[in-house]
Design a protein around this ligand. Structure first.
Ligand SMILES: Nc1nc2c(c(=O)[nH]1)N=C([C@H](O)[C@@H](O)COP(=O)(O)OP(=O)(O)OP(=O)(O)O)CN2
Length: 124
C-alpha cells in the first residue's frame, strides 16, 4: 500500500484502568483500599510504528500500563492531586510522549456523587 499520509501523530487512550489503592485523608480511606479508575490520553509521533508495523518502533502502551499498575495498585496516597501527578509523571518519563492527560476517579468517594476525579495534563 503506498504511504501517502507521511507524518502521523497518534492519540493513545488507556481507558478505565481499574485498580485499588489506599487513597484519601479520612480514617476509613487510610485503613481500607478503594477503587481508582484511571484514564490516560497521550500523543506521540507514530510515523515509525505505522511504517514499520513493529512494536519496537512504537510507544508501547502495555509498558506504560504495567508501570502505572506497579506504582498504584495496593499502594498508599493521600490527595488525589498527588496520585494523578505521579501517574502523569510516569507517562511523561517516556520521551516519545508529546502531550499527556491523566484523569483519576474515586468512584463513590462522595456520599451524594457518582464519582470525583482530578485531571492533569503536561506537554514537552
Ligand atoms: N503502541 C502500541 N503498543 C502496544 C500495542 C500496539 O498495537 N501499539 N499492542 C500491544 C498488544 O497487542 C496489547 O494490545 C495486548 O498485549 P497484552 O495482551 O500483553 O496486554 P495485557 O495487559 O493483557 O498483558 P498481560 O501480561 O496479559 O496482563 C501492546 N502494546
Amino acid at each position: 500500500m503506498s504511504d501517502v499520509i507521511g507524518h502521523q501523530n497518534a492519540r493513545v487512550r488507556i481507558k478505565d484502568l481499574l485498580l485499588r489503592a489506599y487513597i484519601g485523608i479520612k480514617e476509613e480511606e487510610i485503613n481500607n483500599q478503594q477503587d481508582v479508575l484511571i484514564n490516560v490520553e497521550l500523543t506521540y509521533d507514530a510515523s515509525g510504528a505505522i511504517h514499520r508495523n513493529e512494536i519496537e518502533a512504537a510507544l508501547n502502551y502495555r509498558t506504560i500500563t504495567k508501570q502505572i499498575i506497579q506504582h498504584v495498585d495496593g499502594n498508599r496516597f493521600a490527595l488525589l492531586e498527588r496520585l494523578t501527578h505521579e501517574v502523569l509523571s510516569i507517562v511523561m518519563e517516556h520521551e516519545a510522549v508529546q502531550w499527556a492527560q491523566v484523569e483519576i476517579d474515586k468512584p463513590h468517594a462522595l456520599r451524594y456523587a457518582e464519582s470525583v476525579s482530578v485531571c492533569l495534563e503536561a506537554h514537552r
